[in-house]
Write a protein that binds this ligand. Structure first.
Ligand code: CAA
Length: 287
């Protein structure tokens, strides 16, 4: 089994930049694909900001920030990923976009055993494998936000993923990245979002129905249940567009009303109120 040294990450958004930071901190060479130079600049700023925070809290050695940043390169052309051992796709949670990416990446990667992983929360891994033409080497590798801080990674093989691919990814996640994996089945939501998303949607429904203020709903769960943050602040952190997309995929798969996004969530997304990343969600954020 070849070692994983050269990594590609598709998308430098919240999750993509977090995964890039984690991989570069593990000493790996990372190419990030973004859609424009401006988007690449924003992603680079996010990664540097997070590294500076880690440095100020003593999580990485003083002076290591520059070395980590030097291991990261930004590109806009997918062809630059040809020599990668692993590509982690972290594009928007949109099935059409992901299918197109996997179709192209399947042709572009030149190493026979190169792995194509998706950070999707809910899109069937088996479909991504099928369009790639290299289904044995495709699986889900689901990180949690903020990726440099959260220890968990869900590993999701599909019906067509080989045991060798799963073993290599388990080794990468544990030995290289120092994360803790759990195994999940290729069903929308996997383990964590199947439990988390109905909870977040219930909090949004509660707020929409006027049961309590956003602050009191969140304080209830922080002070009453010991959660690090309340459900509405957490929804803002994840991104309201992402939660809506995950809820819709889970509803499509299981037809359970508890996964159906409430109207307020749809209206907020339509209005561009996406949470922390847009500066306004259930709460306001300074840029
Ligand atoms: N690198 C490394 N460590 C960092 C860091 C970085 N860039 N930034 C912060 N940290 C560390 C801090 O040093 C601190 O560590 P210690 O506890 O050892 O001191 C810890 O992370 C917490 O950092 P802060 O003190 O800055 O922040 P906080 O205490 O306010 O916590 C939080 C922030 C980690 C986000 C916390 O509120 C939390 O855990 N919230 C819940 C997040 C969550 O549930 N995420 C999952 C979302 S679901 C998802 O992502 C999946 C999906 O598909 C939707």
């Amino acid at each position: 089994m070849g070692s994983i040294e050269k990594v590609g990450v598709i998308g430098g958004g919240l999750m993509g930049s977090g995964i890039t930071e984690v991989a570069a901190r593990a000493g790996l060479d990372v190419i990030v694909i973004e859609i424009s130079d401006d988007a690449a600049k924003a992603a680079a700023g996010r990664i540097e900001g997070s590294l500076r925070r880690a440095e100020s809290r003593g999580k990485i050695e003083a002076g290591e920030v520059t070395a980590v940043l030097e291991r990261i390169r930004f590109e806009t052309d997918l062809q630059t990923l040809a020599d990668r051992d692993l590509v982690v796709e972290a594009a928007s949670e949109d099935e059409t976009i992901k299918l197109e990416l996997f179709r192209n990446l399947g042709r572009i990667l030149t190493k026979d055993d190169a792995i194509l992983a998706s950070n999707t929360s809910s899109i069937p891994i088996v479909k991504l494998g099928a369009v790639s033409g290299r289904a044995h080497h495709v699986m889900g590798v689901h990180f949690f936000n903020p990726a440099p801080v959260m220890q968990l990674v869900e590993l999701i093989p599909s019906l067509t993923t080989s045991t060798e691919t799963l073993d290599r990814m388990r080794g990468w996640v544990t030995a290289d990245l120092g994360k803790k994996p759990i195994d999940a089945t290729d069903r929308a939501g996997f383990v964590v979002n199947s439990l988390l998303v109905p909870y977040l949607l219930s909090a949004i429904r509660m707020y929409e129905a006027g049961y309590a203020s956003a602050e009191d709903i969140d304080r209830g769960m922080v002070l009453g249940c010991g959660h690090p943050m309340g459900p509405l602040a957490l929804s803002d952190l994840i991104g309201l567009d992402t939660i809506k997309a995950i809820g819709e995929s889970m509803y499509d798969e299981f037809k359970e009303p508890l996964y159906s996004p409430p109207p307020l969530l749809g209206r907020m997304v339509d209005a561009g109120l996406l949470g922390k990343k847009s500066g306004q969600g259930f709460y306001g954020y300074e840029s």
